[in-house]
Design a protein around this ligand. Structure first.
Ligand code: PLP
Length: 287
């Protein structure tokens, strides 16, 4: 495995960061998770746009221009000879001193790791996941804006811990007003009477790139799609529920908090959307 570290390609063993790195000390930095399908970087532009927007929002200077970053991604994939996998792109504020002041960090660090990936077995896509809602709340824009994909993932990790305790793969997080926001690392959709719903991002969700792809597919396939806030009640009585994310793609949910969703397996619209999603991934992106 070859890792991109500030312009150099190094082995996994040599890919090390300083204990004074502010990404490490304070979670001061941003990241992206990106898929490679058939040698293509899926939605490369969308991911880089989100990365540079997150950087601007937190006043982090990415030391690479947009095309240099794209080239670094392509080169890292090439060096790892990977056709299908996952890219983790991290930009940390870089090494500084022990104080939290970012002015003490002269240069951001860029790290690119590419890896194989299979988070759910294929049966899970047919049978659906069991999920639960958790007590951890998603911050809405009065705190750190969820649109920033920052290295501060403790909130999401606390959701994941609650999911682990419940023995499920993904959990549902509400916002402080009780509206459904998203999962620990996935967006959520529900379907009722043929209409597809997903929470608007202002409810407290990342502007997921898979989410956007599914919204586009719904338009293309003629499904009515509404971005509106909904509650757990709406999830319990939905005909279908699914999560979307770079790693999970489109994964059905068959049970939430002990309530069986629809027929207790991936429903017809979810299955259709997953099939169409998988058709699009091979052709999109740069080689
Ligand atoms: N929500 C959160 C909190 C995430 O970390 C992710 C993963 O990136 C998502 C949603 C899904 O977003 P995307 O489809 O861009 O991977």
């Amino acid at each position: 495995q070859v890792i991109y570290l500030n312009g150099e390609y190094v082995s996994k063993e040599d890919a090390k960061i300083s204990v004074f790195d502010h990404g490490f000390l304070y979670g001061d930095g941003i990241f992206e998770g990106i898929r490679i399908y058939g040698g293509n970087i899926f939605k490369c532009k969308e991911h880089l746009d989100r990365l540079y927007d997150s950087a601007k929002s937190i006043m982090l200077d990415i030391p690479l221009a947009y095309d240099e970053m794209e080239q670094a991604l392509i080169e890292t994939i090439r060096k790892n000879a990977l056709r299908d996998g996952y890219i983790r792109l991290v930009v940390s504020r870089g090494p500084g001193n022990l104080g939290l002041d970012p002015k003490r960090c002269p240069k951001a660090w860029v790290i690119i790791i590419v890896e194989q990936l299979a988070i759910y077995p294929e049966e899970a896509y047919r049978d659906g996941l069991v999920s639960v809602s958790v007590s951890q709340r998603r911050n809405i824009p009065d705190a750190l804006n969820p649109k920033i994909k920052s290295l501060n993932y403790l909130n999401n990790i606390l959701v994941k811990i609650q999911a682990n305790l419940a023995g499920v793969g993904e959990a549902i997080m509400l916002n402080s007003q009780g509206y459904v926001a998203e999962g620990s690392s996935d967006n959520i959709f529900i379907i009722k009477r043929g209409v597809v719903y997903t929470p608007p991002c202002y409810v407290g969700a990342l502007e997921g790139i898979t989410r956007a792809t599914i919204i586009e597919l719904c338009e293309k396939l003629g499904y009515s799609l509404k971005e509106e806030p909904f509650t757990l009640h709406d999830v319990y009585v939905a005909d279908e529920v699914f999560f979307t994310g770079t790693a999970a793609e489109v994964i059905a949910v068959r049970e939430v908090d002990g309530r069986t969703i629809g027929g207790g397996k991936a429903g017809p619209i979810t299955t259709h959307l997953l099939g169409e999603f998988r058709k699009t991934v091979e052709v999109d992106g740069v080689k």
